[in-house]
Design a protein around this ligand. Sequence first.
Ligand SMILES: Cc1cc2nc3c(=O)[nH]c(=O)nc-3n(C[C@H](O)[C@H](O)[C@H](O)COP(=O)(O)O)c2cc1C
Length: 190
Amino acid sequence: MRSVEKFYLLLHPRPAYIIGSGRWGERVNFMAASWVTPVAEEPPLVGVAVDVESYTHELISAYGEFTVNVLPLDRVEDIYYAGSRSGREADKAGALGAVRGEAVGAPVVRGAIGVLECRVAGSYEAEDVTFFVGRVLAARADEELFDERRGWRLGKVDLPLHNWGRGFYGVGRFVLAGSRGRRGGGPGRV
Ligand SMILES: Cc1cc2nc3c(=O)[nH]c(=O)nc-3n(C[C@H](O)[C@H](O)[C@H](O)COP(=O)(O)O)c2cc1C
């Protein structure tokens, strides 16, 4: 083993999403984000780490809302586009296609296969990033592609995982854990 400078790369590849921010009719923006995580189930909370210099940071701070949009792997160019220029210079909402959120004023990506609509419930300020925690006010997914019990139907749709810069993967092969048996019991059922 050797020591690693970019420690966070150990935690990649990770799913890449689009964060919608702003308020419909005023200012709207999309940004790619892979530092996104569920935080709690009850109350339903999701967190995203946002660069303080981004336009997204400005808009989430101003309006206190954001959306998390799941796009399929075949929209990876849209994700990369939303992650490689700022909404201060480009109309990314216009380029990707936007619709109004249902529970929040922040925009949703047209054609997203999954959406979380969130209101900011708290934040942790690191030096160059703010970790916004959002209360999930609405969550919906494409019924053809998502199963309430088992999640994404990856036989029907692939999801983008971000490794670094321009490098992405699709999701790899499926493995069912817990069949080998283990002292102290196997992993719990999901
Ligand atoms: C796949 C991908 C994932 C990214 N993840 C994050 C992230 O989690 N947090 C973040 O602040 N920036 C992330 N970025 C960079 C922002 O998307 C990028 O700085 C963007 O230009 C900011 O746009 P904005 O100024 O319109 O908000 C990511 C970029 C890519 C391509």
